[in-house]
Design a protein around this ligand. Sequence first.
Ligand SMILES: [Mg+2]
Length: 220
Amino acid sequence: MIKTNKFFIACLISLATLAAPSFAQEPMNLALSKSALVNYYDSGEYAKDIDQAARIALEHLKTRLSNKPNDKLAIVLDIDETSLSNYANMKALGFGGSLKQIMHEEKKGNDPAIQPILNLYQFAKANNVAVFFVTGRHPDERTATEKNLMQVGYKNWDGLFFKPKMYWDKSAALYKTKVRKEITELGYKIVLNVGDQQSDLDGGYAEKQVKLPGPFYLIS
Ligand SMILES: [Mg+2]
């Protein structure tokens, strides 16, 4: 009887050893992920998605202007991948790069405008709606950023906020929400907040959030 049990257990162990191994779901291959980003951009789908989101933003602003034209209205715009495009630099850096490399490119101050957002900006300014840029860029990028914004057509903004050092190790949402709160306390009604990262939009102090596509990096 004891011998039989031992034989039975040995068989079970052998069967377990022979069972098919269970592999984890392999993440998408990195090279293929980068290729998908390039395809998304080159196919025109990225531009199309931005255009559609910007249209939603513009329609909301128009509606808001017609409903209460005398309110002290404002919109808030993020900069990177919202007002300006870093695509060429991101692609050249293989959708990676160190912070130093990324800031080096930003400080050249030659990023192109994202046209549908420039159109939104110009419509806002033409209709006496204040525009505030709230960016995660560092304060020492101010000169290059201002030059870049002006040379592509963003002129006469009402405020441009850079991320202070005390917030560098914290969520972007924390700093950006604080700035929107301060703008609200100045008496503005922020009718639109537009950004490519969810952290641009979380935290309130805006009537409507519009999310642009942001597949190239993640800022929490
Ligand atoms: Mg951005």
